[in-house]
Design a protein around this ligand. Structure first.
Ligand SMILES: [Fe+2]
Length: 417
């Protein structure tokens, strides 16, 4: 019996949790099959392509290893063109019970709307070739997940794998916060990455920080240390708040990734709200992309009080002022489409507010409300879901579907409609 078949049988019997190294090897089977006479660079794991300010011309590639690698670089090339090399930088990070080596390469001066391939090389070992697509100027498809936090990350894996297989052309994806249940727990991140290995493999990831990234192992409020080290995000130019919030361009859209963790972070970091608001106004003034889209973790509504909450008070007047087209939130683990809202009232003009359902296994039940145009049919048994967003210069089209393919909502926003 081959090693590969043996691993598959073990995993099909549900024994992955007892053989974590084998489960890891199985998820990275394709990554560890190099060409051109190289040996497999099996130490490389959790490979991710991170969004940059302009994904037409730059890409951050990150990965991890449990040991230091020598002479690490990325070889990359436009398909059919000559080889380029980028030396990796690394940091040693103490993550909970584990010492990990986090590697980063920033590829720059890429050609827009092009297909590249890259591989990681360390002396005479290498990974397999991976695809890298640079962004274009107009149409693209994106996958939106939220609250992937789990007790059993097989649930997140099923959602992520299903979406990635069904939408192979989706160029980037986000998780709208609460990626993991405990943001400082190494085993949580390991499980999250393994589950996300397929969706991460050839797409750009634009993470959003949630409150669960801001807890320590005793479940007390804590700085999001692990999140900040693991994702080398576009600079916002704001002292002391690098990685807390950021923006990026993609196709016809400008995305603002905002931080809603005032409750968790105020005791450690003063002025988050003021600094972010100032930055947001300045950043919005400097974009000329057709669509302005906000991604932020905490939602604007309190379903128990059936009213707008403190997050709404902070952000909604700003979104009115800046003419934000769509806001995607999470945190409440239920899908709701509120339609357009202006000055906290349902309106023909204004911002579309979409509350994303969960992609993990933590079920919450919120009440029905008049604020919502669309809710899942049965709130007590609302399954895991995700959103596809198709962006063009003329329209934003979103579809929310359950992991089993049942459509919960379809909505199209036309430019100047
Ligand atoms: Fe949350």
């Amino acid at each position: 019996m081959s090693r590969r078949l043996f691993i598959k049988i073990l995993l099909s019997l549900g024994l992955g949790a007892y053989f974590p190294k084998l489960a890891e090897a199985a998820r990275y089977e394709n990554l560890h099959e190099p060409q051109d006479g190289y040996k497999p660079l099996r130490q490389v794991k959790f490979l991710r392509q991170i969004v940059t300010k302009d994904s037409r011309t730059a890409r951050v590639i990150m990965w991890q290893s449990d040991e230091e690698l020598n002479g690490v670089q990325i070889e990359y090339q436009l398909i059919g063109d000559g080889a380029n090399f980028c030396a990796a930088t690394f940091e040693i990070f103490q993550q909970d019970d584990a010492t990990i080596y986090i590697y980063t390469c920033t590829l720059e001066n890429l050609k827009p709307e092009s297909l590249y391939r890259f591989r990681i090389i360390a002396e005479n070992s290498a990974t397999s070739w991976q695809n890298l697509r640079t962004a274009g100027y107009g149409n693209f498809q994106m996958l939106i997940f939220s609250d992937s936090q789990c007790v059993n990350y097989d649930v997140w894996q099923k959602v992520a794998d299903t979406a990635a297989k069904k939408y192979p052309d989706a160029e980037l994806f986000t998780v709208i916060g609460d990626l993991v249940d405990n943001g400082q727990a190494a085993y949580q991140w390991r499980a999250w990455y393994l589950a996300a290995a397929f969706v991460l493999s050839e797409r750009i990831f634009a993470p959003v920080m949630g409150n669960h990234e801001c807890y320590n192992l005793d479940w007390l409020n804590y700085l999001p240390v692990d999140y900040l080290h693991q994702f080398n995000l576009p600079s916002n130019g704001v002292k002391n708040f690098g990685g807390y919030f950021y923006s990026f361009d993609y196709g016809a859209a400008h995305f603002f990734v905002l931080n809603t963790q005032f409750l968790e972070l105020d005791m450690f970091t003063k002025n988050l709200q003021d600094e972010q608001n100032y930055w947001l106004r300045r950043d919005a003034a400097n974009t000329n992309r057709r669509w302005k889209i906000v991604l932020m973790h905490k939602d604007i509504y309190d379903y128990t009080a059936d009213n707008f909450n403190d997050i709404a008070e902070i952000f909604m007047p700003l979104f009115d002022e800046l003419e934000i087209d769509v806001v995607f939130t999470g945190h409440l683990h239920t899908y709701r489409n509120r339609g357009k809202i202006f000055q906290q009232k349902k309106s023909a003009r204004g911002t579309l507010y979409i509350l994303c359902g969960r992609s993990g296994d933590q079920k919450y039940v919120e009440r029905n409300s008049q604020i919502d145009d669309v809710t899942a049919p049965n709130l007590n048994t609302e399954p895991e879901s995700y959103i596809t967003l198709d962006v063009s210069a003329e329209s934003l089209a979103l579809t929310c579907q359950t992991v089993d393919g049942e459509i919960l909502d379809k909505f199209k926003l036309m430019r100047n409609a």
